[in-house]
Design a protein around this ligand. Structure first.
Ligand code: NAD
Length: 268
């Protein structure tokens, strides 16, 4: 049982029909939030997540939108406001990888990753911030007028060859998050990032699908286990709650120690 509640709050989670987004949506719903499951893939998969949340006693609703498309993001917010009236929590989670050696990276691979991982977070955060400012703090719901949680990565600080577009997008998310936090704090809006390490989801299937791959991955994780979407979900729910009301403008890494330079553990 949580020592906090998100009862009466509306949460939008982007890319919530898979992996971390789904884990976050499940835990937010357990904490009492009504959760909007944004998805870009097949509607049936998102509806499965909605059904799982409802079966566990929560409330959820699926809305399709490509987060990198301004018109679709605006339409998603319009539909959410029609259904639920407002928004209290945005989890900017949707993201992908299009990996390539740097010299072979196409403009399409670059633009796709920046467009979804960075511009997508901008578009969704801007619409949320407008509504938070319009509505302000609602007494009895939350001490903040709104909370924005950006899904970053350890790769906002760890350079990643072969994934220059991805690491650049997460470095961008870090500075966007901090600048938004600075600008929006006077409106009682909190903006934070979560920096996951290796979490077992479809995005990194190749890194844990075989025992060899998993053992190699574990050499990068001092705590010696791969993370689960629910680990991130619990942190997101806590960050969204008033328990974390004095936290804004920072990244919380949840990575089993991946950012501790494990290569130096034995004198380097
Ligand atoms: P995932 O592939 O399971 O989920 C990604 C989700 O984003 C999917 O639901 C996908 O449909 C959605 N998505 C992709 N493009 C979209 C678009 N244009 N519009 C809306 N939704 C879109 O992967 P995941 O591991 O759960 O990744 C979630 C987030 O966590 C990403 O931002 C990723 O960069 C970040 N992350 C993951 C890890 C990890 O180890 N899994 C580590 C660090 C950061």
């Amino acid at each position: 049982m949580n020592s906090y509640s998100l009862q009466g709050q509306i949460a939008l989670v982007t890319g919530a029909d898979s992996g971390i987004g789904k884990g976050v949506a499940m835990v937010l719903a357990q904490a009492g939030a009504k959760v909007i499951i944004n998805h870009v893939d097949a509607h049936e998969v998102a509806e499965q997540t909605v059904d799982e949340i409802k079966a566990a006693g929560g409330d959820a609703y699926a809305i399709h939108a490509d987060v990198s498309n301004e018109d679709e993001v605006k339409a998603m917010y319009a539909e959410m406001f029609q259904q639920y009236g407002t928004i209290d929590i945005l989890v900017n989670n949707a993201g992908l990888q299009r990996d390539s050696k740097f010299v072979d990276m196409t403009l399409e691979q670059w633009n796709t990753v920046i467009g979804i991982n960075l511009t997508g977070q901008f578009l969704c955060a801007r619409e949320a911030a407008k509504e938070f400012i319009r509505r302000g703090v609602v007494a009895g719901v939350s001490r903040a007028a709104g909370k924005i949680i950006c899904m970053s990565s350890v790769h906002e600080v760890i350079p990643w060859g072969g994934h220059v577009n991805y690491a650049t997008s997460k470095g961008g998310v870090m500075m966007m998050m901090k600048s938004m936090a600075q600008e929006l704090a006077p409106h009682k809006i909190r903006v934070v990032s979560i920096g996951p390490g290796a979490i077992q989801t479809p995005i990194n299937h190749g890194a844990w699908a075989t025992p060899d791959a998993l053992n190699k991955l574990l050499t990068l994780i001092p705590y010696n286990r791969i993370g689960e979407p629910e680990d991130i979900g619990k942190l997101a729910a806590w960050l969204a709650s008033d328990e974390a009301d004095y936290i804004t403008g920072t990244t919380i890494f949840m990575d089993g120690g991946m950012t501790l330079y494990p290569g130096f553990a034995d004198n380097g």
